[in-house]
Design a protein around this ligand. Structure first.
Ligand code: ATP
Ligand code: MG
Length: 741
């Protein structure tokens, strides 16, 4: 039993506790997950419990795999037991018993893409306008219901069935019946249907209750209602349930996680043994103290404080960078300085609030040749929306680029399917023309279904216009113009889901890339820009097993630990994020996330912010995050954190709500305000042009790229202008970014 020697008395007590419910409520890095793995090993090795009788569930595949590895290491051999995520455990059960709720056991699982197809068909059949009821939005409501166990009829009972709710109710019913007819389940169903089987079939429930005599759940604070029911039903017979969690680390409320599950555990089960672990083994003293000084500010929490007998270690380093590039440069430089045999690249993690922040780091690491990998998100230039918009830009640059055209012809949806595209390709090849050329032929376009014809005609016109004017337009204007006029942005806006919001943020962030290059070279042409980006995008530094710095969001870092952690972007509006100010518990959830991030660090913790940040295409002066201000300053070294901005002062300003113009307010980033800006101002004044502009020979104009110029001649829509900066240019009045002066 020497593997128990290392454990402290409370951990040991938990490990050898065999019967009855147990709650291990403890802070980060106190050995909760280790205690659980030791307990599994102990049950098997010392108590003679069969692995067959144990169920251990957690949230991610990565965590499940790590848990299994740790148990096998302790036992010294491979084991066949259920250490699984909630979804995979339920899937296993359903494969055996789905028949008893009217499914075939070889049912299929629909992923989000499949779900969308189903929803769209349901809408079509009911003549529901996709523009008014976005399929993804309706699906998110349905998912929310399923997580809470709200059936269509419950939905009808709970909601006032006004016009909108009636439609959602109908769609929910229809969607469910299609899935059933197709013998299909979505991800939410996996848990919901398992619970349904347990609730409706005593025999099956008894079988699993009997099988799983010992149940363990890690990260219990993040369970939602259905997951809670699943566990509760299984544990009812034997009451041998051990849940492990930390109310300070609940970071998934926005996805239905219910912190009350952990807070009410003592009420749900009788005679609960509560173990509190108070020693932290992960972090040096200063890191722990610092994390505590932040989380202390949360009101709705159980008081607990961790201690460590590790040395205090270095103070937390704070760096206030000039801008986000300087921030990335600083972090890259620190990694270069610290990395050694004892601290290989894989000891470093950069944990940010949103995926859009990864780009600057990718660039800084590439420049210093620091190996890195981006976890849980796609590398910036690999993202779908970035590739789509780049395909549009490539087409503007070169209309013969068939690959790009094929990529975007149906992005956003224009009713062009694979088959139509194939036909067009065949025709292009017969005529030896590009796809673009084919589509400028009216006869060809007229042969398409009428809706598709209209969409394609508009798209071709937009690309054509910009390709004619590309040398007279700034890259940023071309970009804005394409986003708006091709309908790409609008389509994302209408989806109104977390995912589409993320995509919009990424697209707005791409503006920063363009501005960067335009600042360096105000005459930057589209083709120069595309070349630079192509080079950046193609350097592939991606190797999962490599000794590399890890970049990921704070959310995906849960449960992990790293010797050195960097948390960039400690600014109000970014972290805490701007959405946090709009929800009641928003700030507290963000603060828990901050606590999760800080407690990932074992030896060193860096916090950074940028005085000016270009985000979503707009440079703003930033204020330091209120979490920085809450931090115990005696534990921090480096740049000063300005204390004058007291929390209450800020809160009152943020709570002014809608009167606050997010765009001009430098304290807070609101991507959607910026969206409005792009559309209203930018488009109208720059790439929009004005065909009614009254101009004649001798008039003076100003052009957003070339500056002031003199009109030499006007022929219909075409202007001949001489500019001081670039000489004579031909411009199209209806598209050139010009003003009369
Ligand atoms: P989190 O809340 O972040 O999930 P946790 O409470 O699950 O953290 P673990 O990941 O289990 O914590 O443990 C944190 C670190 O402390 C690990 O490196 C683990 O090996 C170490 N550790 C745990 N218990 C002990 C102990 N008794 N003696 C020495 N090291 C320990
Ligand atoms: Mg853990």
């Amino acid at each position: 039993m020497d593997y128990l020697d290392k454990l402290n008395p409370q951990q040991k007590e938990a490990v050898i506790h065999k019967e009855g419910p147990m709650l291990i409520l403890a802070g980060a890095g106190s050995g909760k997950t280790s205690t659980m793995t030791h307990r599994i090993a102990y049950l098997i090795k010392e108590e003679g419990v069969s692995p067959y009788n144990i169920l251990a569930v957690t949230f991610t595949n990565k965590a499940a795999k790590e848990m299994r590895d740790r148990v096998e290491e302790l036992i010294g051999e491979g084991i066949n037991m259920w250490i699984l995520t909630f979804h995979s455990a339920c899937l296993r059960i359903l494969r055996r018993h789905a028949e008893c709720i009217g499914y075939n056991n070889d049912f299929v699982v629909y992923d989000p893409t499949d779900q969308k197809v189903v929803m769209k068909n349901c809408m079509k059949e009911r003549n529901v306008d996709e523009k008014k009821y976005n399929p993804a939005y309706v699906l998110s409501i349905i998912s929310d219901c399923k997580e809470k166990g709200i059936s269509p009829s419950d939905f009808a009972k709970r909601n006032d069935l006004d016009f909108k709710n009636k439609i959602i109710y109908d769609l929910y019913l229809a969607y469910e019946s299609v899935l059933k007819k197709n013998n299909a389940m979505d991800f939410d169903d996996l848990i919901l249907k398992t619970v349904e089987i347990f609730e409706s079939n005593e025999e099956i429930l008894a079988y699993y209750q009997n099988k799983f005599r010992y149940i363990m759940v890690d990260e219990y604070q993040d369970t939602n209602y259905m997951q809670y029911l699943f566990v509760k039903l299984l544990a009812k017979a034997h009451n041998n349930i051990c849940v492990v969690g930390d109310d300070d680390q609940c970071i998934y409320q926005w996805r239905g996680a219910d912190i009350r599950n952990i807070l009410n555990f003592e009420r749900d089960f009788k005679n609960v043994k509560v173990i509190k672990l108070e020693q932290n083994y992960r972090s040096y003293g200063n890191i722990l103290e610092a994390a505590h000084s932040v989380i202390e500010n949360n009101k709705g929490r159980k008081r607990k404080k961790l201690w460590t007998n590790k040395e205090k270690g270095e103070k937390i380093k704070y760096y206030r960078a000039d801008n986000e590039k300087d921030e990335a440069r600083y972090i890259a430089q620190e990694i270069d300085r610290l990395h050694s045999r004892e601290l290989p690249y894989s000891s470093f993690a950069v944990l940010y609030r949103t995926n859009v922040q990864s780009r600057t780091f990718e660039e800084a690491f590439l420049a210093r040749q620091i190996p890195y990998r981006v976890l849980g998100g796609t590398r910036y230039y690999d993202r779908k929306e970035i590739k789509d918009i780049m395909a549009y830009m490539r087409l503007v640059q070169n209309t013969a680029d068939d690959l790009s055209l094929a990529r975007i012809i149906n992005e956003p949806k224009r009713g062009i399917g694979e088959k139509t595209l194939e036909k067009l390709r065949a025709l292009a090849s017969v005529r030896n023309e590009s796809l673009f050329d084919i589509l400028t032929d009216n006869e060809v376009v007229e042969g398409l279904p009428s809706k598709a014809a209209e969409g394609v005609r508009d798209m071709i016109a937009v690309i054509w216009k910009f390709s004619q004017e590309k040398d007279n337009l700034k890259v940023s204007d071309i970009y804005d113009g394409l986003l708006v006029k091709t309908g790409y942005l609008k389509n994302l806006e209408m989806q109104n889901t977390v995912e589409s919001e993320g995509r919009i943020e990424n697209l707005l962030e791409f503006k920063s890339v363009i501005y960067d290059y335009e600042n360096e070279d105000p005459q930057l042409s589209l083709s120069e820009f595309m070349e630079k980006i192509a080079l950046l995008a193609e350097i592939d530094n991606h190797n999962a097993d490599e000794n590399a710095v890890v970049l990921m969001t704070l959310h995906s870092a849960k449960g992990l630990e790293f010797p050195v952690v960097f948390m960039p972007g400690m600014e109000d509006g970014l972290f805490p994020g701007w959405r946090a100010f709009e929800k009641s518990d928003g700030i507290e959830e963000e603060r828990r996330l901050c606590y999760v991030g800080m407690t990932r660090a074992m030896r060193r913790l860096y916090l950074t912010s940028a005085e000016y940040r270009t985000l979503y295409g707009k440079t703003n002066y930033t204020k330091e995050s209120q979490f920085l201000i809450e931090l115990d300053k005696s534990l921090v070294e480096g740049d000063a954190i300005y204390k004058s901005n007291t929390t209450s002062d800020r809160n009152s300003r943020f709570s002014q709500g809608s009167g606050n113009d997010g765009y001009s307010n430098p304290e807070i980033f609101r991507p959607f305000e910026q969206l409005k800006y792009i559309k209203q101002n930018k488009m109208a004044e720059s790439s929009g042009g004005d065909k009614n502009l009254d101009l004649k020979e001798g008039d003076k104009i100003s052009h957003s790229k070339f500056g002031e110029g003199l009109v030499l001649s006007v022929k219909g829509n075409i202007l001949n202008v001489v500019f001081d900066s670039v000489g004579v240019k031909l411009l199209a009045k209806n598209i050139a970014p010009i003003k009369k002066i």
